[in-house]
Design a protein around this ligand. Structure first.
Ligand SMILES: Nc1ncnc2c1ncn2[C@@H]1O[C@H](COP(=O)(O)OP(=O)(O)OP(=O)(O)O)[C@@H](O)[C@H]1O
Ligand SMILES: [Mg+2]
Length: 508
């Protein structure tokens, strides 16, 4: 390659007229895309816009119906994962793809030629350690199995795995959706370094602040169609949202609640894994409580204990005054607790089953009789929830795993409406969800509270906490720091309390 400016500016990868159809859905409709060496190209768009489909074509997982791919200006046939690896294209998929039975080190080299030639486990571990270091997981023993790791840690191992590929086209599909601020910084550092080393980075995200922080240019997808790439310096957030949605977004957050009924959920000296100190909390009907904290703060851990997903070490959970037996998910559901977990893949959804089956899964006792599912009841419940959560009713019979990430999230939260719980616990309600769907989910949760439900959600997004919660509980390193009404706190206070509260601040 010569050093003329045009050669420098020529894209490493360019895709023209890409089409991909799934049944009646045109996921990509003559989309164009390109990325240059030494740049971060952000790829944004609403849920279902076709971003992951493009990524999977690049990874060799899907074959496009039409379109032309040029690599360094030469036509290139992207057929199969080996072709992609040969072209030095590497991807962090939106869905985690690690193998739970393998060690961390084996996962880091999973599918790469280095993993295929035999090396002693210790040699492999030593090599893996340097990649773990680069993504800020230097403290992890590479010989451990990945089974007990958090979603965030597993996500970072995916990034380490990509770094280990020695690729030149590096694709990140929502790498930070499950991460806290601090962990996100780790990913951003890696991305910048890879870019500075001359890599061509494709970065898919719903966090628009990341676009401005990280990307050089941005491509917007809407309904499978692309808009021409734009330098980030020529855009502001409003303009970007406008391009994504095609119209200005009305207020993101619904009005706050005014009515608070009697106490429905009470936690007394509750202890459990991930909680460094006992927690006491009361939640009233009609109230939305936001548990603010970074990954590992105890906010999600508390929801797991209350839902019976993990065992408590002591204390009590009461719904309407009645004690809920610990570590018993079905008892918790029967007594009126619904829990939407943050790990859709592990315990959120049956990805291989139909959307309608997923929507009624927590309500089997309501839609079945003597062990038989009554399809008409299943259908009407599914339709009711779909209408509430604006899930396309035409997709009720689709397999859940084929929905876009954001629509999966709506199903994962919406399915809890079937049993009409008194208390709805939601962990990271908008993880991986675009701005449009976000606003819908916030509106839905507020509607549920208005109807008398008590909603408790955990989030690491301070704007989301302030925008949605009536009562805000902050967590830091397994301990509750404060309980405040929303009007008695602000962004700076919450940020301080969830990152480094001063000593003595712990306790309401
Ligand atoms: N394997 C599949 N089978 C059927 N439909 C699919 C499949 N993969 C994707 N789709 C559909 O194609 C459309 C585009 O999906 P895609 O996953 O590319 O969206 P996305 O932009 O990545 O969305 P998100 O931001 O929610 O991840 C969606 O309507 C999705 O349901
Ligand atoms: Mg996607």
């Amino acid at each position: 390659m010569t050093d003329t400016p045009t050669a420098v500016m020529a894209p490493t990868l360019s895709m023209r007229g890409m089409c991909k159809r799934f049944g009646h859905i045109q996921a990509l409709d003559h989309a164009d895309f390109e990325v240059r060496a030494g740049e971060v190209m952000a790829l944004v768009g609403e849920n279902g816009a076709g971003k992951s489909t493009l990524v999977k074509i690049l990874a060799g997982l899907y074959r496009p119906d039409a379109g032309e791919v040029l690599l360094d200006g030469e036509p290139f046939d992207l057929g199969g994962v080996l072709k992609a690896e040969h072209a030095r294209i590497a991807v962090v998929q939106q869905e985690l793809s690690l193998v739970p039975t393998l060690t961390i080190a084996e996962n880091v080299f999973l599918g790469s030629s280095r993993g295929r030639t035999w090396r002693s486990p210790h040699r492999l571990a030593a090599e893996a350690a340097s990649y773990l270091e680069r993504v800020g997981l230097g403290g992890l023993d590479p010989l451990r199995s990945i089974e007990r790791l958090s979603v965030a840690e597993r996500q970072l191992i995916e990034v380490a795995r990509l770094v280990a590929r020695d690729a030149r086209i590096l694709i990140f599909d929502e790498p930070t959706a499950a991460l806290s601020e601090a962990e996100t910084d780790g990913v951003k550092r890696v991305v910048r370094k890879l870019r500075d080393e001359g890599g061509s980075i494709i970065y898919v995200t719903h966090r628009l602040d990341e676009v401005f922080d990280l990307a050089d240019r941005v491509t917007v997808f809407r309904d499978g169609r692309s808009q021409p790439p734009t330098a980030v310096s020529d855009l502001d957030v409003d303009e970007l949202i406008h391009r994504m949605l095609g119209s200005r977004l009305e207020a993101m957050y619904p009005a706050h609640g005014t009515t608070r009924g009697e106490v429905v959920l009470s936690l007394e000296d509750l202890r459990g894994p991930g909680l460094a100190a006992p927690v006491g909390l009361e939640v009233r009907r009609g109230e939305i409580v936001g548990l603010a904290g970074q990954v590992g703060s105890g906010a999600s851990a508390l929801l797991q204990v209350v839902s019976g997903t993990v065992t408590s070490f002591g204390g009590r959970v009461r719904v309407d005054g009645k004690a809920v037996p610990p570590f018993n998910i079905s008892a918790a559901i029967r007594m009126g607790i619904g829990y939407a977990s943050s790990d859709r893949k592990k315990d959120g959804l049956f990805l291989g089953r139909k959307v309608s089956e997923n929507l009624t899964a927590p309500s089997l006792h309501l839609v079945s009789r003597t062990g038989w599912v009554m399809r008409s009841r299943e259908r009407s419940m599914g339709e009711r929830i779909a209408a509430l959560f604006k899930i396309d009713p035409g997709r009720l019979r689709s397999i859940a795993g084929t929905l876009s990430g954001g629509n999966q999230q709506k199903v994962a939260v919406g399915k809890w409406l079937g049993p009409e719980p008194a208390v709805l616990l939601v962990d990271e309600p908008t993880r991986g969800v675009d701005v449009g769907a976000r606003a819908e989910i916030y509106g839905n949760l507020r509607d549920l509270a208005e109807q008398g439900m008590a909603v408790v959600f955990a989030s690491s997004d301070v704007q989301e906490i302030l925008g949605l919660a009536d009562t805000i509980v902050t967590f830091f390193r397994g301990e509750m720091v404060s309980i405040r009404r929303r009007q008695d706190t602000n962004t700076a206070t919450i940020m301080r309390e969830i990152t480094h509260p001063t000593h003595g601040e712990v306790g309401p």
